[in-house]
Design a protein around this ligand. Structure first.
Ligand code: 6CS
Length: 338
């Protein structure tokens, strides 16, 4: 063998190992969420996937609601490293991270969507303080984003807290949300999402709450007759990565994930503009007899009064760290009010 062919043989071998190394690092990352592909979390996930696949060698496999179980199941899978990414709303994270229940202090968050969009993006509580709390549970918090004002849907009209008396009201499995509906006068019934439609159909429960788009997409209007806007909350969700997985990535991949999260955030805020109104129109069309009521300030009085009790309960449950998160969150809301 000549000297030249030996050198080119060595060079070709080196090239082959470079190709092999980069091929080995082109991974498929698994990402599960709590909604269907064409619902808000699914739209967010698709945009995130598109960004990752355009800017890295990696690909993302999406698992919508139901394909891997309930919300609690996908969180377990993400913590175990079976999933690299998970979208779980604080509504289900309350037992794991008690401070995340802060999103269920009634009337803490505004209903103004532009204010909310600025708040989630710029909040120190979300982008710094919650990072450490999620990290303690093996999770890298990437983003929190709003999914719209929450409305109550019930079998009987709701004009005040009295109307919730003896109403078995389904809530997500979050201790503070349970306290909230207790303070509103209802009988709170925590259930995973999969049991809600059937529970309403069979009258095991008589009410539930969710953002407007979800009331339409999940056909929950078929099994309730009244939609009531009390203005008490906005639905928050959170996307996380398994922390060991994230920490093991190189800087370029970490940056690509942060950039994809930011791009998907802007996309999902834009996607939701006008969504609640358009989906409410679809409910009106599908079920003209459905009543849709926005409670007046006067009618909201008892709910606002109950909110004070719920805030105190939150502090009782979480102590100093909860108080610090609550104070920071209020400061962040003020700073982004404009
Ligand atoms: O109420 C729930 O359980 C569900 N609500 C929404 C808007 N998304 C996912 C969650 O499972």
């Amino acid at each position: 063998m000549s000297k030249n062919s030996l050198i080119s043989g060595v060079a070709a071998g080196a090239l082959l190992s470079v190709v092999a190394i980069s091929a080995a690092s082109a991974d498929t990352w698994r990402y599960a969420f709590e909604e269907a592909m064409d619902e808000v979390q699914g739209k967010y996930a698709q945009k995130f996937k598109e960004e990752i696949e355009a800017n890295t060698d990696h690909s993302i496999q999406l698992f919508p609601y139901g394909t891997l179980g309930e919300s609690a199941d996908i969180m377990e899978q993400a913590q175990a490293g079976i999933l690299q990414f998970v979208d779980q709303s604080p509504g289900f994270t309350g037992a794991l991270i008690p401070e995340a229940q802060v999103f269920f202090v009634p009337y803490l968050l505004p209903t103004d969507q532009d204010h909310l969009a600025r708040f989630y993006k710029e909040s120190k509580a979300i982008n710094e303080d919650f990072q450490g709390l999620y990290a303690d549970q093996g999770l890298e918090l990437l983003v929190m984003f709003p999914e719209g004002e929450v409305a109550m849907t019930t079998k009987e009209p709701v004009k005040s807290c009295d109307d919730l008396n003896e109403v078995k009201f389904r809530v997500m499995t979050n201790p503070l949300l349970v306290e909230s509906y207790r303070a509103f006068g209802a009988t709170p019934t925590p259930l995973p999402w999969g049991e809600v439609y059937g529970g309403l159909q069979t009258n095991i429960i008589q009410g539930q709450e969710n953002p407007t788009f979800f009331l339409y997409s999940t056909k929950i209007y078929e099994v309730t007759d009244h939609i009531t806007y009390v203005g008490h909350n906005n639905f928050t969700t959170a996307v996380m990565a398994n922390k060991d997985f994230f920490d093991g990535l190189d800087d370029a991949d970490k940056e690509a994930i942060q950039n994809a999260s930011a791009a998907a955030y802007d996309y999902i805020v834009g996607y939701q503009k006008g969504l609640a109104d358009s989906e409410l129109d679809k409910i009106r069309e599908a079920k003209p007899e459905m009543t849709i009521t926005v409670l007046s300030e006067e009618e909201r009085a008892c709910f606002k009064e109950a909110a004070k009790e719920v805030e105190a309960k939150f502090i009782e449950m979480t102590g100093e760290s909860g108080q610090a998160i609550l104070d920071q969150l209020k400061a962040d809301l003020d700073a982004t009010a404009q």
